[in-house]
Design a protein around this ligand. Structure first.
Ligand SMILES: *Cc1c(COP(=O)(O)O)cnc(C)c1O
Length: 451
């Protein structure tokens, strides 16, 4: 018989789940999902869950989207995979042609990998090799913001700044130049995000003065530091980083893995700033959350530094078996078609205004809600013990996790980041669905913290 508990038992017999303390599953067994439709998931007993975290921020247009399903089904009967060195295929070419029309100016050469962390690794390698091949072999260092998240492999983890993921590995990580990044909720300059002049850029200036000449690239999550707790900062900060990078001949690598594809209200977060990065990494929304695929895109200038006779040894000798997988490309093409045909991003932006309003109305007055911050449809609620002094709860209380468990009982998949409850739903969420998930989240919060 299909039964949640027997499937869960079998799961735990075999599976080591990502980003989890497996012992927690003694109390909260894995939820075995059978199918998905729109923003909903259904477990093997038919219980439904509103997936307001887009299944790790990647599901863009709903589960089992009929158009993406059809595109992948068509592709699977045509070509499932082919070696991507020396060989190519129409889906990859078509995808690049379409993407090049919507990317920030200057980004035009596409390199395919198979997950976000791999795109970050490859972008770092390309930047290092570029400088080594253009007369700057002293540029060996990478720069990144405090509390950054760029993935889990050794290079990506090195540029990341969230101790929860990297602390234990520090002895084997790269030596990074760290910029104390913007923290608008607890702004040390006493400013607020809407009317500041990014005074905090002085921290970046200092880091550039010290390390700029030996640095290949600065990696940045534009406008939204996701894993840091959905921290939002103004576009002006990106423009100022762009100036610093230009001054010191440092590549600006945009990690748009989480922010791309309309999550911030525009196609890419960099579109808000009106400047272009030198390299951009894409994944997550790229395939609508269907297939593991990622891309990094560079400028012609970077590409040209690798273009030479074979024996000069300048090629980028980096590959992944599944580079440019045709099934993933077919999903990615259909995602772009849907965004365009159905005007998804513009409509999502209209809905975002409503979503933010109902969240603020519901949560803002609660004595443990420190801040409600939003960008696009992403809304985050930072819970604090002391609202006036912005003092967090003791992390050992696992307040966010208690709320998460309550929400699951009530059929909403929230998965807070520490004590930051957030919504990052598929762009197709309806106002009725927004009402439902906001009410459930509020009830769960008050169940745990009181009214
Ligand atoms: C998810 C994410 C990554 C890593 O992507 P994976 O596919 O999980 O390896 C990197 N950067 C950001 C900003 C992300 O959100």
């Amino acid at each position: 018989m299909d039964n949640v508990s027997t499937w869960a038992e079998k799961d735990l017999k075999y599976i080591w789940h990502p980003c989890s303390q497996m012992k927690d599953y003694e109390e909260l067994p894995p939820i075995v999902i059978e199918r998905g439709k729109g923003i909903k998931l259904f477990d093997v007993n038919g219980k439904e869950y509103y997936d307001v975290v887009s299944s790790w921020w990647c599901n863009l247009l709903g589960h089992c989207n009929p158009r993406i399903n059809a595109a992948v089904k068509k592709q699977i009967d045509t070509l499932e995979h082919v070696i991507f060195a020396n060989f190519s295929h129409k889906p990859a070419i078509t995808l690049c042609e379409k993407l090049s029309k919507v990317l920030p100016k200057g980004l035009c050469k596409f390199n395919f990998v198979d997950n976000g962390s791999a795109a970050i690794e490859a972008a770092m390698k390309v930047s290092f090799q570029y400088h080594a091949q253009t007369g700057n072999p002293q540029k060996k260092r990478f720069m990144a913001l405090s509390d950054a998240y760029h993935g889990e492999t050794i290079g990506a983890l090195s540029v990341g700044g969230v101790d929860l993921y990297s602390e234990i590995y520090k002895p084997i990580l790269l030596d990074i130049a760290r910029i104390e990044g913007p923290d608008c909720y607890r702004c040390p300059y006493g400013k607020c995000r809407d009317n500041c002049s990014c005074e905090c850029i002085e921290k970046a200036e200092k880091t550039f003065e010290k390390f700029g000449n030996e640095t290949c690239a600065l990696l940045v999550e534009p406008l939204l530091q996701g894993s840091a707790g959905m921290r939002v900062y103004p576009p002006l900060y990106l423009r100022k980083l762009r100036e610093l990078c230009d001054k010191y001949n440092v590549h600006l690598i945009a990690d748009e893995i989480a922010t791309g594809y309309g999550r911030t209200g525009k196609m890419f977060a960099f579109d808000h700033a009106g400047v272009s990065p030198d390299i951009m990494c894409l994944s997550k929304g790229l395939t609508g959350g269907y297939m593991p695929m990622a891309i990094f895109v560079t400028t012609q200038k970077i590409y040209d530094a690798f273009y030479a006779d074979y024996n000069e040894g300048r090629a980028f000798m980096h590959s992944h078996t599944y580079s440019g997988n045709p099934l993933a490309c077919s999903a990615a093409i259909e995602v772009l078609n849907i965004l365009e045909d159905e005007n998804i991003i513009e409509k999502a932006q209209e809905k975002a205004i409503y979503f933010n309003r109902i969240i603020k109305e519901k949560f803002l007055l609660h004595e443990n809600v420190g801040e409600v911050r939003s960008i696009g449809l992403i809304n985050a609620i930072e819970l604090v013990r002391d609202k006036i002094n912005k003092i967090p709860f003791d992390s050992k209380l696992r307040t966010g996790y208690q709320i998460y468990k309550k929400a699951l009982q009530k059929g909403v998949l929230l998965r807070p980041l520490g004590d930051v409850i957030y919504f990052n739903p598929p762009l197709i969420i309806t106002p009725e669905e927004m009402d439902f998930v906001v009410n459930v989240a509020y009830d769960c919060m008050t169940d745990v913290l009181g009214r």
